[in-house]
Design a protein around this ligand. Structure first.
Ligand SMILES: *[C@@H]1O[C@H](CO)[C@@H](O)[C@H](O)[C@H]1NC(C)=O
Ligand SMILES: *[C@@H]1O[C@H](CO)[C@@H](O)[C@H](O)[C@H]1NC(C)=O
Ligand SMILES: *[C@@H]1O[C@H](CO)[C@@H](O)[C@H](O)[C@H]1NC(C)=O
Ligand SMILES: *[C@@H]1O[C@H](CO)[C@@H](O)[C@H](O)[C@H]1NC(C)=O
Ligand SMILES: *[C@@H]1O[C@H](CO)[C@@H](O)[C@H](O)[C@H]1NC(C)=O
Ligand SMILES: *[C@@H]1O[C@H](CO)[C@@H](O)[C@H](O)[C@H]1NC(C)=O
Ligand SMILES: *[C@@H]1O[C@H](CO)[C@@H](O)[C@H](O)[C@H]1NC(C)=O
Ligand SMILES: CC(=O)N[C@H]1CO[C@H](CO)[C@@H](O)[C@@H]1O
Length: 613
């Protein structure tokens, strides 16, 4: 965040020039732009280094958002009038860097500075969209100095606001829509206002920031950041640059898809590690992580999987996080990995686990290391609550909340994220729950980094077949609808308290999807619902959830709804379409094949097939 050092110089030159050569500036009339770019002046670190175009464009947008927030605070309007748009760009550019043509270099259209989305132009139109309770949540989290740890809770509550008004429509992909909560909060929720250093650096990543490391001087901070940037960015620039070019290409195609990097800026920096400019992702050193996890102590392990272990640990600022350590890595894939991590980190949604940072390192003792760092979820995974040692059964309202949250998170991965992400590994243990039982989908975008590589497919089909869509398991055909299938299975687990795949008394596999399907066909959908669930609501709602789950877990992919449709069905009164007939249940199908093979073929052949099934 503190990479923008040249600003002061530019302002300095600008003032020199405007003082001594006032005629140079009078060619364009900039007094008509109502934005006050002067508010940026005290916030810009000095000196500011020359940045790459992508970084520069990112920074231009962040700083612009701050200026818009100042304007909102003064006028209750988010944007200046359209007829001042050109003048505003010119003024901004003159102040920022006269030699950097923001509009042509970054692909910004003139009108964008005056346009929002969804007809949101004023304070009151934005407030009308957000429930009072949510707004007071924002105020309680953001009405304080946002320097340091307070930043994270504020940005989290803003992400909640974003999820509220960006829920059900393709508007989620119009990235400029995402900036409203930040602009609003700096203007009205935070009493210090957008020009406060803490507010500016938390909400807009503009400003000198503050080092969490007490005792380090400003010079030390800048030096540290320069070194950090040198090392961190050298590693990451390739990835983020590539991501940015991709973004630019898609933006040109779609026109409306602007200011994506504003959304990326929504991270609250904790001042640890070195920060990459585009996503504020932290790069941890291996030593930092060793310290946080007490040298990967067994006591800190909170999860195990084919990819490796998950550890909990504390960062020096006191926050508790989860470290996921990948097994059997080699340095060869690091560039790919960092690129992927950058992309994942740019995907932010209240129902997705937020990536905080990562680490790649080669150590003499432990070999090559790759880790990612995520927020720790207080309530563990859905699996723990359904099948673990937890005694208390989840109540119906909480299950409903988890179902809807998971559906929203997946819909965002499929239709909100750019590029779209197919999760591939939705299962109860990948749905994490925060302290308010908000569902957070974990591990998206990481399936390709499992050590098994391509063979992982067959491993998983054998291991957790209950979740894998048949077309993916059998032919490796991977689409968004494979995630929908897995979601349907998780939803059935959530409703019934039964595991995706169990062996019955005769050691025959039995899929929860087949079982639920047969109940629905027998018009006994309500029998799917787990007995003894607290706070049961109206049966119509239970039935709807069961039907949605059975529809999602339909063996034929074209019969499944999209995640967007699922969200709509779950949160509105839209009725669930009738469920198309399906072929023989999958497991029975395999049994039939096995039977026919064992009667027709050699024992060896049938043995190997059964072994796979
Ligand atoms: C600049 O624009 C403002 C408002 O539109 C106007 O009042 C002012 O006279 C203009 N100045 C010049 C030098 O054109
Ligand atoms: C712009 O902001 C600066 C610094 O906050 C302030 O001194 C100045 O009066 C403002 N200018 C206008 C036109 O509001
Ligand atoms: C925005 O407002 C205009 C006119 O007031 C209206 O025609 C348009 O449908 C509105 N768009 C949205 C998305 O509400
Ligand atoms: C929300 O707050 C506004 C003003 O603060 C008030 O007019 C409105 O009635 C409130 N709405 C609800 C549902 O409480
Ligand atoms: C959803 O977006 C489409 C355009 O993308 C728009 O026509 C429609 O009115 C929107 N629906 C809602 C409920 O906002
Ligand atoms: C924020 O807190 C200040 C005092 O700390 C108070 O004066 C102000 O009214 C609060 N703002 C809101 C929106 O509640
Ligand atoms: C940085 O934080 C320290 C306390 O940690 C505080 O005293 C100081 O004022 C802060 N610096 C800035 C520039 O906000
Ligand atoms: C500071 C920085 O990361 N500079 C990079 C800008 O982009 C060029 C390639 O376009 C790189 O060579 C620089 O290292």
């Amino acid at each position: 965040m503190s990479i923008h050092f040249h600003h002061f110089l530019f302002f300095f030159f600008f003032f020199i020039i405007s003082t001594f050569f006032p005629l140079c500036l009078s060619q364009t009339n900039d007094s008509s732009c109502p934005l006050n770019f002067t508010v940026l002046l005290p916030l810009l670190p000095n000196p500011r280094p020359r940045l790459n175009t992508s970084m520069e464009c990112h920074y231009v947008l962040q700083a612009l958002r701050l200026v818009l927030s100042d304007y909102l605070k003064r006028t209750s309007s988010f944007f200046p009038p359209l007829d001042t748009a050109d003048s505003c760009w010119q003024t901004y550019q003159k102040n920022f860097d006269p030699n950097f043509d923001m509009r042509s270099s970054c692909g910004f259209q003139t009108a964008w500075i005056s346009q929002g989305c969804m007809n949101l132009t004023t304070k009151s139109s934005f407030e009308a969209l957000i429930p009072n309770a949510t707004l007071s949540d924002v105020v309680s989290n953001c009405n304080q100095s946002l320097q340091g740890t307070a930043c994270a809770s504020c940005t989290q509550s803003l992400a909640n606001v974003q999820a509220l008004y960006l829920t059900d429509n393709s508007t989620a992909t119009v990235s400029d829509c995402t900036a409203y909560p930040w602009i609003y909060a700096a203007a009205f929720a935070n009493y210090l206002g957008p020009t406060d250093e803490g507010t500016a650096s938390c909400l807009f990543l503009v400003g000198p920031g503050n080092n969490s490391n007490p005792g380090s001087s400003r010079t030390g901070l800048i030096f540290g950041v320069l070194v950090g940037v040198g090392v961190g960015l050298a590693l990451l620039i390739g990835g983020s640059w590539f991501a940015y070019r991709k973004y630019q290409a898609s933006k040109r195609k779609k026109g409306k898809d602007r200011i994506r990097s504003l959304e990326m800026g929504s991270f609250g920096g904790s001042g640890l590690g070195s920060i990459t400019e585009s996503t504020n992702l932290l790069h941890f050193t291996f030593d930092e992580i060793k310290e946080a996890t007490r040298n990967f102590s067994r006591d800190n392990i909170i999860g195990r999987g084919g990819y490796g272990n998950v550890y909990k640990g504390y960062l020096p600022d006191g926050s508790e996080v989860a470290f996921k350590r990948f097994k059997n890595c080699s340095a060869a894939g690091d560039a790919n990995f960092t690129h992927e991590v950058e992309v994942i980190a740019s995907v932010r949604h209240v129902n997705l686990v937020a990536l905080r940072g990562y680490c790649t390192a080669t150590t003499t003792l432990e070999g090559h290391q790759r880790l990612i760092v995520c927020d720790l979820m207080k309530n563990g995974s859905l699996y723990d609550h359904l099948f673990g040692s937890t005694e208390k059964k989840l109540s119906w309202p909480i299950r409903q909340k988890i179902a809807l949250g998971t559906a929203r998170g997946l819909a965002y991965l499929h239709y909100g994220a750019q590029p779209a992400i197919i999760h591939r590994d939705i299962k109860a243990s990948n749905i994490l729950l925060d302290d308010k039982f908000e569902a957070k989908v974990a591990d998206f975008g990481l399936a390709k980094f499992t050590p098994e590589g391509m063979t992982h497919l067959s491993t998983r089909v054998a291991g957790t077949m209950g979740y894998v869509a048949p077309e993916y398991a059998l032919y490796g055909q991977l689409t968004e609808r494979s995630d929908v299938y897995s979601f349907g299975v998780v939803l059935l687990e959530l409703l019934s308290g039964k595991k995706a795949l169990v062996m019955d008394d005769d050691n025959q596999p039995s899929l929860v999807a087949d079982w639920a399907w047969s109940l629905v066909k027998a018009e006994r959908a309500l029998d799917v619902i787990e007995d003894g669930m607290p706070e049961l609501g109206p049966p119509e709602v239970h039935e709807k959830y069961v039907l949605v789950a059975v529809l999602c877990s339909h063996p034929e992919l074209q019969c499944r709804p999209t995640m967007d449709q699922v969200v709509k069905m779950l949160e509105t009164d839209i009725s669930v379409p009738s469920i198309p007939e399906r072929p023989i249940p999958l497991v029975a199908h395999i049994d039939d094949i096995e039977r026919s093979i064992s009667s027709n073929c050699s024992d060896q052949f049938s043995g190997s097939l059964i072994g796979k099934g």
